[in-house]
Design a protein around this ligand. Structure first.
Ligand code: ZN
Length: 234
């Protein structure tokens, strides 16, 4: 019998960036849940100790997830456009389909060679013909899938007039923070935008990473670095 203890964090983090289209700074929020488990044989298990280890593991992965430079997806609060890195372009989508298709083709070609040489006892020219045929057929199929599927898989960016609940201008952000008593504004924003923490999840506000060339004065308590340090002290 094993005893398993799982710890789940529900975190939210904000990024303030300069829009690459209009140059205006804006802030968008992003969040997700992250779990970690720790197990031990039931005879020796100390629940509190297991919980501590699981908590450390989960906190470490939250820290590295929330610290990534390019995460989330929020339209500019000024010009309503997504940043290019938030968007999957038709070309990028087509390239990933092509890559998967060619990988499948390579596996089929090797598989064809293996089956014809090991099990069917065919001559070498026929083995080559079978492998090359399989590779050629999958390559054609992969190219066709990429040409047709690329534009369909890509994001459309023309909903640019819609108001994005995940983004705020500086004025909106300052007004919103003013209503939050300084506690977990980004977590409540993320919850309000549709992803509230569930029962048994540990809610954690990871603060804001200000990447703008003209940083906004929001106080250390809300800074990503401060919240990251607090997470590591849990
Ligand atoms: Zn913009």
């Amino acid at each position: 019998m094993k005893r398993v203890v799982t710890v789940t964090f529900h975190y939210a983090v904000a990024r303030r960036i300069d829009c690459e289209h209009c140059g205006m700074p804006y802030t968008y929020v992003y969040g997700e849940t992250k779990s970690a488990s720790e197990e031990q044989s039931a005879a020796f298990a100390d629940d509190e100790q297991l919980r501590q280890v699981a908590l450390r593991k989960a906190a470490n992965s939250v820290d590295s997830l929330a610290g990534r430079e390019q995460i989330g997806r929020g339209r500019c609060a000024n010009c309503r456009k997504l940043q290019d890195w938030m968007v999957v372009t038709p070309m990028a989508a087509a390239m990933s389909i092509l890559f998967v298709g060619l990988a499948i083709g390579a596996v089929l070609a090797f598989g064809g060679w293996f089956v014809t040489s090991e099990f069917l006892d065919l001559s070498v020219p026929i083995q080559i013909a079978v492998s090359a045929g399989l590779a050629a057929a999958t390559t054609l199929a992969a190219v066709a899938a990429a040409v047709i599927g690329g534009p369909r898989l890509a994001d459309s960016t023309d909903a640019a007039d819609s108001n994005d609940p995940l983004s705020m201008s500086d004025e909106e952000l300052l007004a919103f923070i003013g209503t939050c008593d300084g506690i977990g504004p980004f977590l409540s924003w993320w919850a309000r935008a549709g992803a509230p923490p569930k029962v048994r999840e540990i809610p954690f506000d990871m603060g804001i990473k200000d990447l703008s060339t003209a940083p906004l004065v929001l106080g250390n308590a809300l800074a990503y670095e401060t919240r990251s340090a607090a997470l590591n002290r849990l």
